[in-house]
Design a protein around this ligand. Structure first.
Ligand SMILES: NC(=O)c1ccc[n+]([C@@H]2O[C@H](COP(=O)([O-])OP(=O)(O)OC[C@H]3O[C@@H](n4cnc5c(N)ncnc54)[C@H](O)[C@@H]3O)[C@@H](O)[C@H]2O)c1
Length: 212
């Protein structure tokens, strides 16, 4: 039984397909209801088990609703993948305070809220938490001030959660390199060239991917 945030597209959708293929019942969550339902339906059509529940990771009410749903319908949680993402590339001096707060609200705070919401269930199941950070946590690229700060903090938070909740709950933070999900459609060509030099992956919503 797994919950994934930001699972309507990209890495989240690919993870949903993979976990379902491994036999998990997957709760696909996102703010893009149409695409999220399509991911869940695609998994079910393929013989897997999945459902869609809306969860805006910045909304405390949505997290409470999600927890209620998981408790009432499934009574347990084994895997929580905190993965949602909203793109905003600007140098530090061009970011408004609202934009800075918005980035950390989507990228960092949900990892804390996920643990706050599901720690008890995860502990009972001796479950696992996965946080999607980024290579931006350890590598500087122009235009990613708030993103890099949030992703760096996510590594610290993941380490902290692992110490506080292990061994009952395993916490892993992953730092993907460049992956051509829809989120990358608008990246500057110079960044694309940089990424290309190191290779990467293109992920499609059905979970398939191409190395490049
Ligand atoms: N693509 C890359 O190259 C790359 C590299 C390193 C790390 N990452 C990280 O991987 C994760 C997934 O990225 P991706 O490339 O698959 O992105 P994506 O844009 O393909 O998917 C992100 C998903 O998050 C959802 N989302 C946006 N705001 C939300 C909110 N408030 N609440 C819930 N869902 C919301 C979107 O609707 C979308 O379905 C992110 O945390 C990103 O920072 C991506």
């Amino acid at each position: 039984m797994a919950v994934i945030t930001g699972a309507a597209h990209g890495i989240g959708a690919a993870t949903a397909h993979r976990l379902a293929a491994e036999g998990a019942l997957v709760v696909v969550t996102d703010v893009d209801d149409t695409a999220g339902k399509a991911v869940a339906a695609h998994i079910v059509d393929g013989g897997g088990h999945a459902e869609y529940v809306r969860c805006d990771v910045t909304s405390a009410a949505d997290w409470e609703n999600l927890a209620r749903h998981v408790d009432e319908h499934h009574g347990r949680l084994d895997v929580l993948h905190s993965n949602a993402f909203a793109q905003l590339n600007k140098p530090a001096h061009e970011l408004s305070e609202a934009e800075w707060d918005g980035q950390t609200a989507v990228l960092l705070k949900p990892a804390w809220r996920a643990m706050k919401t599901f720690a008890s269930m995860l502990r009972t199941a001796k479950g696992s938490v996965v946080l999607t950070s980024s290579v931006h946590a350890v590598i500087g690229l122009p235009g990613h001030a708030a993103y890099a700060a949030a992703k760096g903090a996510l590594c610290s938070l993941g380490r902290q959660l692992a110490v506080e909740y292990g061994p009952d709950i395993r916490v892993d933070t992953v730092l993907p390199g460049p992956i051509l999900t829809a989120a990358r459609d608008g990246i500057p060509e110079a960044d694309r060239q940089r990424y290309g030099g190191h290779g990467g992956q293109e992920i499609r919503t059905d979970g398939s991917f191409t190395e490049w």
